[in-house]
Design a protein around this ligand. Structure first.
Ligand code: DX5
Ligand code: ZN
Length: 218
């Protein structure tokens, strides 16, 4: 799956920017609060409008403190997947339960330096694991390949049937990096600048999908 990130899109034209990547699996929406990460982006009102403007399922990546307070509202609004950060809450399982009760899929994200081992047990309460391959906060940063070890660990647990979840990666994904991520067992690729900082975002999505697919089914 390919999930273009609108962080690199034109925020004054979000509806047409979403339409430009029609056929994408998910549309990745980065919610930043200026506290959990140094950057500030958008919140629930914009997500509500975006849901009305596109048929692409929204993948909301909440880089915010106190996610328990806000995450369920995104699911209630109709976001398909709502991902919170493991580092932002003491009780990620309770938040996942609330997201699911509000009708959404629940995702857990880990920053590049956060180990995955302490979270393996609770991943059964989630639908998505989002492995950050840059420090969250900004688009256009360089891919950190060492995080792929976390993807490999979780991929093995998914393949053996111990876990059922989408393994997603976010940060620095482009034509030079997507194949190594696919080899590590990623099945959903977020890409911001590699999609929107091009003349034809739709074509960029198709190229990335072809590259990932060539690894999965050569
Ligand atoms: C960064 C965001 C990413 C960002 C990725 O904190 O979570 O979703 O849009 O941008 P690129 O693909 O340019 O690294
Ligand atoms: Zn993101």
């Amino acid at each position: 799956m390919i999930a273009p990130s609108i962080l690199s899109a034109d925020f004054a034209h979000l509806a047409s920017e979403a339409n430009a990547v029609e056929g994408s699996d998910w549309l990745h929406v980065d919610v930043m609060d200026g506290h959990f990460v140094p950057n500030l982006t958008l919140g629930l009102p914009v997500v509500e409008s975006l849901i009305k403007a596109t048929d692409i399922p929204l993948d909301c990546h909440l880089m915010i403190d106190n996610p328990g307070r806000w995450a369920p509202s995104y699911a209630e609004a109709g976001a398909y997947n709502v991902t919170i950060h493991a580092e932002a809450t003491d009780d990620p399982v309770a938040v996942a339960r609330d997201i699911r009760a509000a009708g959404g899929k629940a995702g857990l994200s880990v920053k590049p330096n956060t180990p995955i081992e302490p979270y393996l047990e609770i991943l059964r309460d989630f639908d998505t694991l989002l492995v950050m391959s840059v420090e969250p906060g900004f688009g256009g940063q360089s891919f950190i390949p060492s995080v792929l070890e976390k993807a490999r660990i979780v991929r093995r647990l998914v393949d053996s049937g111990e876990l059922r979840l989408v393994v997603e990666i976010d940060g620095g994904i482009n034509s030079n990096t997507i194949e190594q991520a696919a080899e590590a067992g990623i099945d959903c690729f977020v890409a911001g600048s590699a999609v929107y900082n091009t003349a034809d975002p739709g074509a960029a999505v198709r190229t990335l999908r072809r590259q990932a697919a060539s690894v999965w089914a050569p």
